[in-house]
Write a protein that binds this ligand. Structure first.
Ligand code: PFF
Length: 446
């Protein structure tokens, strides 16, 4: 069963690259800015940062620890560890709900991956050049209103993901992550530089970092927590699976700190790139999922070298989306592979096709099915809300409760290489702060 147990990351750096490849993606550059815009700005950012530090960090460490100890896929790892801790097998549900979450997320994630592909092409054809906000808005709405185009983008994106996962070359991507991620970072910084020339940078800074707590309510807090889980790829068994490849010598806390800082910086810089353009052009802050697609093309269309920068940006964004999407498909494929007689390729095709099919329902929500509502949400929003706001935090909550309360304390202390004070802080955080944080957010959102 434990197909994973023999494999190991070649070094701590490779592991950091892989985990960062999963964490940094559309969540940072597409989702974070529009959620900040929708939720009224700095108060959301502040709660998000608190959730990252007090809930995200311990849960990331907990998931890696479970994976490294279990040396198996998330469901089996949870089942084995529960058994040795004298707990019922039902804990494996934590692993299974993670796999379900990954499947649901990938279905709509791929739709946005398709947008990114389309915008890569649009930048080459000069579609942004000299456009004003209206022209760019029309381009975006034209894409949304065209189900055939969305289907094409979604399908090409899914095919790329399936191709890479089927060939099992996921790890071969590390070299690419190492060069392309920094390139994406540099491009974002160029865009921040552009934002500084718009004369609205200060306004953007204030919007992101000067909180107006009047804008806070339970819904905003829940959204911020959900985003913290989404952006760190938590609550999906993915980090558990990664942890199972991890050597004993790697310091989990330090590594988590590195990954989290990288992920958070990318999100904040993306916000700083986008909001000056929003203010400078009088765009709506709450443009929703379209925000980066109506702001950044404006910048590219009106700056020197914009065609090439736009092309590079959307290419790199697509690449970042791909590395995250691969990490989403991988656990679903492993699950199918272990439970059916299918080969690796067969399992990838089945898992990929199922995800693709669900993605079609998600993309129709922008046009033909815009009136089809589930509990008041269109299909796209329903999938996003169900996973980010409920499934992921709930799964993560059980993971941290398991590590904080049920695993042997001394063993965990040694594994995390903690001194006396560190052990006290870890106990406080893993037993109380992180689990209660999630629970309080849930309750306050009701
Ligand atoms: N963390 C990725 C992002 O921010 O784009 C998305 C993601 C990848 C979520 C993998 C969950 C996951 F398991």
């Amino acid at each position: 069963m434990s197909k994973l147990s023999h494999a190991q990351w070649s070094s701590r750096l490779t592991f950091i690259l892989a985990a960062t490849g999963s964490a940094v993606g559309l969540g940072n550059i597409w989702k974070f800015p529009y959620m900040v815009g929708d939720s009224g700005g700095a108060a959301f950012v502040l709660i998000y940062l608190l959730c990252i530090a007090l809930v995200g960090l311990p849960i990331l460490v907990a998931e890696w620890l479970i994976g490294r100890r279990g040396q198996n896929n998330p469901a089996n790892a949870m089942a084995d560890l529960a058994k040795s801790a004298g707990q019922p097998r039902i804990w494996m549900i934590v692993g299974i709900s993670g796999i379900l979450g990954a499947f649901l997320i990938l279905s709509f994630y791929s739709v946005i991956g398709g947008w990114s592909l389309y915008y890569t092409l649009s930048s080459v054809t000069g579609a942004f050049s000299g456009q004003d906000a209206d022209g760019i808005g029309e381009l975006f709405n034209g894409m949304l209103g065209n189900p055939g185009l969305l289907l094409l983008g979604h399908s090409v994106f899914m095919l790329l993901v399936i191709g890479i996962v089927a060939r099992g070359v996921t790890k071969g991507l590390e070299g690419a992550v190492r060069t392309l991620m920094p390139a994406l970072g540099v491009l974002l910084l160029v865009l921040v530089g552009y934002g500084m020339t718009t004369g609205h940078f200060g306004e953007a800074l204030g919007f992101m970092f000067n909180p107006d707590f009047g804008a806070l309510d339970g819904g905003v807090v829940l959204a911020a927590m959900g985003q913290a889980f989404f952006t760190l790829s938590l609550g999906m068994g993915i980090m558990m699976a990664y942890g199972s490849y991890l050597g004993k010598e790697v310091n989990l806390l330090k590594t988590a700190r590195t990954v989290i800082i990288l992920d958070t910086v990318v999100a904040l810089v993306a916000g700083l790139a986008i909001f000056p353009i929003v203010f400078a052009n009088g765009l709506d802050l709450d443009s929703g999922p379209g925000l980066i697609f109506v702001t950044l093309p404006l910048a590219f269309g009106n700056m020197g070298g914009g065609v090439i920068l736009g092309l590079l940006f959307f290419l790199l964004l697509t690449f970042a989306a791909l590395t995250s999407a691969i990490s989403l498909l991988e656990p679903v494929v492993e699950f199918v592979e272990e439970r059916t007689p299918l080969s690796r390729i067969g399992s990838t095709l089945v898992a990929g096709a199922a995800t693709w099919a669900l993605g079609i329902a998600a993309l129709l929500a922008f046009n033909v099915w815009s009136d089809v509502l589930i509990l008041g949400f269109n299909v796209f929003d329903f999938l996003d809300t169900l996973t980010s706001k409920y499934l992921l935090p709930l799964t993560g909550l059980f993971a941290i409760i398991f590590v904080g309360w049920l695993l042997d304390r001394e063993g965990v202390r040694q594994e995390l290489q903690l001194g006396d004070t560190g052990a006290k802080i870890w106990t406080l955080v893993s037993r109380f702060i992180a689990p209660l944080g999630v629970i309080v957010v849930f309750v306050s959102s009701l």
